[in-house]
Design a binder for this molecule. Sequence first.
Ligand SMILES: [Zn+2]
Length: 307
Amino acid sequence: MRNNSCASASIWLLCTALSGCATPQYAIRPTPTPDESEWVVDLERTISAYQAQELERQGSRLIHAGERLWGFDVASVLRRLSRVTERPSLPYRVFLLQDRDPNAVALADGRVYVTSGMLNYLSSRGSREDELAAIVSHELAHTVAQHLIRRYRQLQQQQLLMAVVGVGTAIASQQGGSSIGSLANDAASLVTSVANSAYSQDQELEADQLGARYMARAGYDPYSAVAVLRDFRRFAPGGIFLSTHPDPERRAQDLERFLTETTPASSTPASVEPQRQRLKAAQRLYPAGSLSWQNLQRQLDDLDALD
Ligand SMILES: [Zn+2]
């Protein structure tokens, strides 16, 4: 997508290669099929070791099984959720990071970090385990969907494109001396770039949907993720968690729509009438008779049968 910040031809090429320049549209995302080939797992470990060093410098510490913090058994929430992901065998463990900013992050190798600010914030809402599960499951989704590996591949493609542009410029100006050697396949600088890069907005929305799936599979109420997102609106947009994520209201709307369109009527914990209203609101977004409209109508019919 053409974007104001993508003025020159070469930069626009890079923007088409990177999803960051596009405004993500609502879509139901497929569940991921993780690539656990040796080089991918090695790369995930390398990037994670680099990131963990920085988090250790900031004073992170392991949260032990059975340990209660702000009313939460954080390790047990992580264990319950990680088992139902598409990567149940990673060595998952959770760390506490002393930081007043409500934040959480997961590394590619199964390490998850939750800040004291996040636990304090969730505790102010009543230490509801479903709400902690909403935060943890979103972070796990980044790991399971291998968003860092996708980012690595995008940056690799970007470096190659830059190298090609560099060669073109060198040939045009008769300077010779291609820059391919210095730009392409520079693995060390790629690892650093990936480790320091944010996820795309598209990946954030995907993580919301995957996280909600894991919550439902683990027996948590996925609608509590919508409630937490709606409450996030009261934070200033300067916080790390919010500045790297799409607008919380946009996320809440997308997630609510996803849950309405994918959750079978009988397994939704809410009462029948609110479900009926949500389904009707979602149905109004589609032309009458379209596939999505029919899918929602089937769920409305199921609800009527429950009455
Ligand atoms: Zn995220």
